[in-house]
Ligand binder design. Structure first.
Ligand SMILES: [Zn+2]
Length: 320
């Protein structure tokens, strides 16, 4: 087995962060005679009612940068929590929960899908309102695992089940929770999406999403993100985040808030500066030059910090 650099790094970081919360192996995925762990962690208070930020990466294995960004951020928090009393205080009254690498088989083999060829982001039991005259493979399909964006069969995959169980358990009981799932894709802009991806219909918590957009503008002036409903970019079948949002909203009706956000880092930003990346499939989705990797880490840290502060201070900016 070739070295699994991302997992080795992640396990080191999990050891460092464990004293500030808890770490658990949520599931294992068997593939080709090997076993891959899916880890979950919590930083801060155990009490689930408290404001909670959920951070996710590595859903699409090829987009390694997402998982690396989450891992680097947790490492950074382990450093900061060792000396910053105000941060320790923040985490006594709020929580961060995370699965840094949702799809370890995909990350290891540099592929978008999981070991069964299923796209986790198309594997939720929810259908989109796709216009039939314009079927799109990218939106998700049931043709077969040899094509990307395959939705899988009737049952959810281990990775999707683990993700949805974790979100239900760790985020649904909170008075205010936001989550962020980090991807990288084609495009020049870094896009920050709120639901829906299944429909162009107005998102029920649109007002709260726009409040967050205003908070972002106020807190990070000249920020780089294009904030929009995901369906403004494209429609998706079986998006687990839409599925989870609907489930939470149907019970809570906005009395407690849960909004799953998605960050899609525009990878053409990297390709434009280093056209050689076009020769490498991996390179299209990931910055290859070390200083550029470091810049991506720095570029998004203020956003991650804002999410944590936003859940903690939700009464002062949100129209709940
Ligand atoms: Zn992705």
């Amino acid at each position: 087995m070739k070295e699994f650099d991302e997992l080795v790094k992640l396990e080191k970081v999990l050891e460092r962060i464990e004293p500030f919360g808890s770490v658990e192996k949520l599931a294992t995925v068997d593939h080709g005679g090997q076993t891959f762990p899916i880890y979950g962690l919590r930083i801060g208070a155990a009490e689930k009612r408290l404001p909670t930020f959920g951070l996710f990466g590595g859903v699409h294995g090829l987009e390694k940068i997402g998982s690396q960004l989450v891992t680097a951020y947790i490492d950074y928090l382990a450093n900061q929590l060792s000396w910053d009393a105000s941060l320790v205080d923040l985490f006594q009254k709020s929580r961060l929960v995370s699965i840094p690498m949702v799809n370890p088989v995909g990350v290891y083999f540099n592929r978008r899908s999981n070991g069964n060829g299923v796209d986790i982001m198309r594997n939720g039991p929810i259908d989109a309102e796709v216009v039939p005259e314009k079927p799109s493979l990218v939106s998700g399909h049931g043709i077969g695992p040899w094509l990307p964006w395959y939705r899988g069969r009737d049952e959810m995959e281990v990775e999707t089940q683990t993700l949805t169980d974790f979100v239900r358990r760790e985020l649904f009981a909170s008075e205010m929770s936001l989550s962020l799932d980090i991807h990288s894709g084609f495009g020049f802009r870094d896009r920050l999406w709120y639901p829906y991806s299944k429909s162009k219909e107005k998102f029920p918590l649109f007002d709260q999403a726009i409040d967050f957009k205003k908070l972002l503008k106020k807190s990070i002036p000249y920020h780089v993100y294009k904030v929009e409903q995901q369906s403004d970019s494209y429609l998706i079948q079986g998006d687990p985040w839409d599925y989870l949002f609907e489930e939470h909203y149907s019970v809570n009706q906005g009395k407690s808030i849960y909004i799953p956000w998605t960050l899609e880092m525009g990878s053409w930003l990297w390709v434009r500066k280093n056209p050689k990346q076009l020769l490498s499939y991996k390179g299209i989705f990931n910055p290859m030059v070390p200083h550029r990797f470091n810049r991506v880490m720095r570029r998004h840290r203020p956003l991650l910090e804002l999410f944590q502060k936003a859940v903690f201070n939700n009464r002062s900016w949100s129209v709940v």
